[in-house]
Design a binder for this molecule. Sequence first.
Ligand code: PHE
Ligand code: ZN
Length: 867
Amino acid sequence: MTAKAKLLSDYQAPDFTIDQIELTIELDAENTKVTSTLRVQRQGKHDRPLILDGEQLQLQSLHIDGQAVPQQQYHQTDSTLTISDIGDELTVDIVVTINPAANTSLEGLYLSDGAFCTQCEAEGFRKITYYLDRPDVLARFTTKIIGDVEQFPFMLSNGNQIAKQQLADGRTAVTWQDPFPKPCYLFALVAGDFDLLEDSFTTMSGRDVCLQLFVDKGNLDRADYAMESLKNSMAWDEKVYGLEYDLDIYMVVAVDFFNMGAMENKGLNVFNSKYVLANPSSATDQDFNGIESVIGHEYFHNWTGNRVTCRDWFQLSLKEGLTVFRDQCFSEDMTGSAVNRIDDVAIIRSHQFAEDAGPMAHPIRPQSVIEMNNFYTVTVYNKGAEVIRMMHTLLGADGFRRGMDLYFERHDGQAVTCDDFVAAMEDANSFDLSHFKTWYQQAGTPEVTVTDHYDADSQTYTLEFSQQTPATADQADKKATHVPLRLGLYDSDGAALPLNTDSPLTDGNVYSLITDTDTLVFNGVASHPTPALLKGFSAPIKLSYDYSDEQLLTLSQHCDDGFTRWDAMQTLLARYIWGIADGVINEVPTQVIAGLVAISQNQHIDDALKARLLQLPTVNGLLNQREQIDIHALLDALETIRQQVAPALHQTCTSLYSELQQSQYSLDAASIAKRSLSASCLSWIAEANGQQADQLCQSLYDSSDNMTEQLNALTIANRFDLPCRSSLMDQFEQRWQDDGLVMDKWLNLQGCWNSEQCFDNLKTVEAKPFFKLTNPNRARSLIAGFAAMNYRYFHAEDGSGYQWLSQKIQNLNSINPQIAARLINPLTQWRKFTAPQSIQMKACLEQIYQLKDLSKDLHEIVGKSLE
Ligand code: PHE
Ligand code: ZN
């Protein structure tokens, strides 16, 4: 298969536009009939033909202005319908048939457990009918759905329901109209039988909006949290950005078969049920958090994505980076906790840095794309959000708000570019961001190195900065970028010092590093301070400064910034993990262990932060700190450090653990923090004393009434392969086997089971009736559990782990290419590892590359990994 890359630099405005579409969709599992009437206008003066996109469609008829189009006037390929010799304004009537039951890609119109639903972003509408499937063609949609009302009591589409008729043949026709012009990627249709949770929200201008949440029958007791989160999101967007919802109805449908988290279709969001359904007995604290952020995310898209959309798919970060930033701020405001930031940074460091250093490296605005589905990445989303956050840091909250106001004033109803967004920020603040825009152009993680010098005589403290971005797979030469560094200076007790400098610092002590190297001098500094150089992770970079152990311990104990405290402890621990892995040292110094003990005993650290401070760096995070890694040496080193630290933490963790037990379950931030710290303690106990942990896990599992604690018990039993593991896993399976969403947790644990029996076990698990490769949640839980979390056995010496993954990828290649392309990621990192791992991984990729029917998705990713 040879698919050509599309380039950002080749963008051309559309030759034609469509400003109105009427759709009639006659539902049938295998043979759905789609009739569309398009009002088409030529754009500008040219005589080029009309080329519509379409895939896997059976064309039944084609008319222009009521006349059948003769065969010689049109031409079909696998992916287009070209109509020539047409006027400047025309009405095109198209009838096609499609087969939703055969659609396992979950893109276009498909069936999820008997319900019809659609997924059109990025280029799925072309699997429903022929159309100009690009985001800069905006049309008003009217959609008539025809089906059997007994089977499909709810037939939904975007906007408002304007008609409902009973047809002579017994079927029902429901018509929806969306008053807002939109690109077709925001189209949605759902038909099925659901339970419905209804509520309402009164907007700031006093309009009542009807809120409807559709869930599978029997799941109403799991819908409340999503509804609460939706109302909170609506109120938050009004309060923080003055943005009000614009239709009279907002619908959310939860489906079990969905490739991603959720989709912001206008007025009719379709959600992966994982991000809707939760109650305390079936969902963890983390699940509740996920729901709040994804509900918020999709709601916020109504303005940042739908009212103002993307000109082309290279601009995806225009809506995604911005909307992730908005949902992160929303979650921070809801929980009021510093650990949200730590958790967001952990994603960047463990996943985004890997992408930046790997074969798929791309800027947040990619310049070349083969399969758009491959660019819904942590770079576009999460690094994109960091780039927006940096603008927020540079302009301040008020300046950023002025920029947002101007952005909507200028571009409401338009399809625009990232440059338009930055221009609004600049113009609203008279702030020059031209250099800052390298963040949109360059892939790769900038590395900033800092050295310092203290002069006691003049009481000056000097910081010398230099920056450099390593070459990435897609670009060799890099320019210096604009790096905002939020600074702090601390004395030896960890108290913050005032910052006196002649150089300009913006609000909150933010210094802008713009050139390759620069110097900053502080005056009136009484003794050599300890610097904090990246407070709040003010830029998505790698920063190095040669801290002493003492300085890191001081920062971790006392710094006024939660992120810096965590970062200091992670840096310190990573230093000794690598030392042990390299064979340079055998033991962690006692003062480091004492530092961890002091943190565990420090009563002034809140529980949530303490839980993070007591966690070792993750394998993924460590993998991004070095090249050419001997994975087994690294895993051994992690084990060694755990064994050395655990005895010292044992006693405090034991007493903390018992103090933290709660008699009543509650979902407030303080209770969540207790559960999180108690899990950290339990894992240190397990490291120190397996027998004690076995009893604690068993009794926690038996006595707890909530999924968070039960899963904590199970996770630790699984990780340490405690005696209670197998009976707890069986009990869990008995209790939840009919509940796919809950079984995902179990599947994930089976995937990451660190045991010699894991391969036999995988076979048993795959044969379970609740495991289906066609369901993305099931497939991801088991496969990513193994390939992305079970480092020991994924990287088994004989290559059997790679082969197992490779087999799953080959199966998924034909079922669901999008999911296959995501799950193959661990193999694409082969260059990170020393031989024999790297050689075996590469061999698997080569084998996959030879597949006859290799999808475009895998072709792009595997091809780049082998380049
Ligand atoms: N646009 C969706 C979001 O960010 C993600 C998505 C992309 C969903 C593609 C489905 C397909 O919320
Ligand atoms: Zn999004």
